[in-house]
Every structure is written in structure tokens, then in C-alpha cells.
Design a protein around this ligand. Structure first.
Ligand code: GLP
Length: 246
């Protein structure tokens, strides 16, 4: 695990976008695994800016997103498909047919989960997976559990996640209670992983994820076992690590 310390959110966003663009320039037909949430918004902004300046080409890039709320279609402005179009895909030269988000409107979520898992394999697996992390250490929507969840599937959202994400919805009742999420094994199969973390609220959980026990109670802790993880985090998010790791 490599940890890159950044001054603040903007610095984190710039450094993360540089890593993603390096991947795209190195392998123009790469498969990028992408994340939503507030953390990567600045990263996507930097990428769009660089695209406008001619520094990066997405024409052959394929993407797979980590997760999607069950019951929201892509036109719903809270869906993760909408988020991706709005923050990235609409502003770069990516072929939307090459962008994939689980279908939250699938009539059978188990069939959709299998289709998604197969699709990731068919397109050659993920070259670089971008991750954010929830306040409870979740990655994708893999919430703390007793055993690591493996494959893409429908998951119940933890009450704390529903609460945390309510800020994007009209009310708490409007937040979907389940989501389709890549599993932990799906994420761990990515050849490279980029974990982005910002803000003091995540300092303790980031310490546990990077230096604590590897436990399904802190889903991100599994990343300690991956051979190629880069954590890009700002000073605030790294505060507990700075205090405890010499
Ligand atoms: C959401 C998403 C995750 C994201 C996380 C953190 O629920 N499913 O992919 O990483 O929570 O969100 P934020 O970046 O807004 O703190």
C-alpha cells in the first residue's frame, strides 16, 4: 500500500486525476473502474479540464462503476448513472456504450448482478479501480459484515449510510434501502486500486483500514492484501495515521 499525502481536497483531486490520466495514456483501451460519492467529484473535474486542453483521449476507454441504487433509473438525478454522465461522461469523448453502471431498474437483481460480473470479465477485467470510502469503511456498497461479501449482488444499506447519503435526497425516506454493488472479490481483482479519502471525519477509519486488523467489520481493510493500492488522501484524512504511525 502506497500512501500519497496531499495538502487538501483540491490537491488530492489533482493528484488522483493525474494517476487516472497516466493509466489512460499508458493503455488507451483500458478498463477503468469508477466510483461515485462526493470524494471523486473534484477528480472528475480535473480530468474534464485536462480533456478540454487536449491532454487525454477516452475514445477507446471502457468503464464499469462500482454500484447503483436499486429502484432508481438513469434519469433520476440521484442515480449513479446520472452522476457519472453529469460529472464525467457528458464532458469527455467517451462512447457511452462503453460505460457500464449496474441497472438499478432490473426486474431480477440477481440476474443483473451475474450479468454485471460476467461483463467485467468479458471486457478483460479492471485495469484501475477508483474507490472512495464510507464513514464506516465501506467500499462500493460493501457494508461492514461478518464475512467479506464476494460477488456483485443486491445489498442492504447500513442505517448510517442511508443517513450519510440522505443529504443528496429530499428526505431520508427517499434514500433507497438497497443497492447493487460489486463485491469485495470483484474489487480485489482489479489490477490497480486508487483509494481517495478526504476530510477529518474519515481519519480514524482510514487508520483502521490501512493499519488495523483485516476484518469484514472494516471492509476497506481488505485492501491491505492487494498488491497494488495507492491511497491518495489529504492531511485531514491522514491525521490519525500521522499520530500513530512513525
Ligand atoms: C457512497 C458510495 C461509495 C462512496 C462512499 C463515500 O455511499 N457507494 O462508493 O465511496 O459512499 O461517499 P463520499 O465520498 O460522499 O464520502
Amino acid at each position: 500500500m502506497r500512501i500519497i499525502k496531499t495538502k487538501n481536497y483540491d490537491d488530492m483531486s489533482q493528484k488522483a486525476s493525474a494517476q487516472i490520466m497516466a493509466q489512460v495514456n499508458l493503455k488507451p483501451n483500458a478498463v477503468l473502474g469508477l466510483a461515485t460519492g462526493s470524494t471523486p467529484i473534484g477528480t472528475y473535474k480535473c480530468i474534464v479540464e485536462s480533456f478540454k486542453n487536449g491532454f487525454v483521449d477516452f475514445s477507446e476507454i471502457k468503464t464499469v462503476n462500482l454500484d447503483e441504487y436499486v429502484g432508481l433509473d438513469g434519469n433520476n438525478d440521484q442515480s449513479y448513472r446520472y452522476f457519472m454522465n453529469d460529472n464525467l461522461f457528458n464532458h469527455v469523448n467517451i462512447d457511452k456504450n462503453n460505460t457500464n453502471v449496474p441497472n438499478g431498474m432490473a426486474s431480477d437483481t440477481a440476474v443483473e448482478a451475474d450479468r454485471y460480473e460476467d461483463l467485467i470479465e468479458e471486457i478483460g477485467g479492471v485495469d484501475m479501480q477508483v474507490l472512495g470510502m464510507g464513514l464506516n469503511g465501506h467500499i462500493g456498497f460493501n457494508e461492514p459484515t461478518k464475512i467479506f461479501d464476494k460477488r456483485t449482488r443486491e445489498v442492504d444499506l447500513a442505517p448510517s449510510t442511508i443517513e450519510a447519503n440522505a443529504r443528496f435526497f429530499a428526505s431520508m425516506d427517499d434514500v433507497p434501502k438497497t443497492a447493487l454493488s460489486m463485491g469485495i472479490s470483484t474489487i480485489m481483482k482489479a489490477r490497480k486500486i486508487l483509494l481517495l479519502v478526504s476530510g477529518s471525519a474519515k481519519a480514524d477509519i482510514l487508520y483502521q483500514a490501512c493499519y488495523g486488523d483485516i476484518t469484514p467489520d472494516v471492509p476497506a481493510s481488505i485492501l491491505q492484501l492487494h498488491p497494488d493500492v495507492t491511497v491518495i488522501a489529504d492531511e485531514d484524512a491522514l491525521a490519525t495515521i500521522a499520530k500513530n504511525v512513525k
